[in-house]
Design a protein around this ligand. Structure first.
Ligand code: PAF
Length: 287
């Protein structure tokens, strides 16, 4: 595996690979790899001839009060993990390489970013869309891979790819969980042992929603009320949002029908965790 720091060097390597017909897979990341990242790399490896993993803690997607400086980093460990999966190129640019002096161009996906994390983290998806578009332009991948844990991010990137006629297939990959249900996240490292235990409330709520829907609940407001009540039983957790929305448009629902998404963000101390699940109901509302 080659660690590449310069955009021009990566472009050259990719150009050479494309000359001999190689299909290129891209896995954009901010590093501090866990099994969720590795599952994206494995899939990219299985479906492409060459795999690029980008590792870049993108400053433009962090708000001024957020954890840009403290975001966990461990390049040596990440390098070994990516190599163990068979990644060809680990792209690790400096901030000045991606955003040189004078940089001033940003991409905005206007509607899908209005609610959920977009409402709580102004500018976040503008930063995500911008850096992902830059990575797409640098790597020109045939396919790119993103985790479904960031449900809104995945929809934003898919929308951008369609709207801007990008020649890349954007794939979502299933959430990887600990044995007890906690969705893997680089931010789990921030949790104290007590908060780690309390964090199980996120997956418990999604399971409870599944049981209630299965039992015939079709009213979004009453489902939400029940889930918020359950959340209140966990004193270490505070609700940031819990939304019951259409999976494709992310618009709020009153009646549950079709493909619905329940997305939530919960704070445990200073750490904010997100999770989500898609539930399939028949268009008329049947399971
Ligand atoms: O999901 C992430 O880790 C980041 O938002 C991404 C897609 C790598 C863009 O910086």
């Amino acid at each position: 595996m080659i660690v590449v720091k310069r955009i021009e060097e990566l472009k050259q390597l990719i150009w050479e690979a494309k000359q001999v017909g190689a299909r290129i897979g891209l896995v954009p990341t901010m590093g501090y790899f866990h099994a969720g990242h590795l599952s994206l790399m494995h899939r990219a490896k299985a479906e492409n001839d060459r795999v690029v993993v980008s590792l870049f803690v993108n400053p433009t997607q962090f708000g001024p009060q957020e954890d840009l400086l403290s975001y966990p980093r461990d390049l040596e460990r990440d390098r070994a993990l990516a190599e163990s999966v068979g990644v060809d190129w680990l792209f690790v640019p400096e901030v000045a390489e991606m955003y040189p002096a004078g940089y001033q161009t940003f991409v905005e996906v206007t509607e899908l970013t209005k609610g959920l994390c977009g409402a709580r983290r102004p500018g976040h998806f503008r930063g995500v869309a911008t850096v992902v578009l830059k990575l797409f332009n640098i790597v020109a991948p045939d396919q790119a891979y993103f985790g479904e844990k960031d449900a809104q991010q995945l929809r934003v990137i898919k929308r951008m790819a369609v709207d801007l006629n990008l020649n890349v297939k954007v794939n979502g990959c299933p959430i990887v969980r600990e044995a007890d249900g906690l969705a893997l996240s680089s931010r789990n490292i921030y949790l104290t042992p007590e908060q780690r235990q309390a964090a199980l409330i996120l997956s418990r709520l999604l399971n409870e929603a599944g049981r209630l829907i299965e039992a015939g609940e079709r009213d979004a407001q009453s489902l939400r009320r029940r889930l918020v009540q359950t959340l209140a039983t966990e004193p270490l957790a505070t609700l940031d949002y819990l939304e019951i929305i259409a999976s494709d448009t992310l618009q709020p629902l009153t009646r549950l029908q079709g493909e619905i998404l329940i997305a939530l963000a919960v704070k445990l101390g200073a750490t904010r965790l997100i999770d989500n699940r898609v539930y399939q109901l028949a268009p008329g509302g049947e399971c």
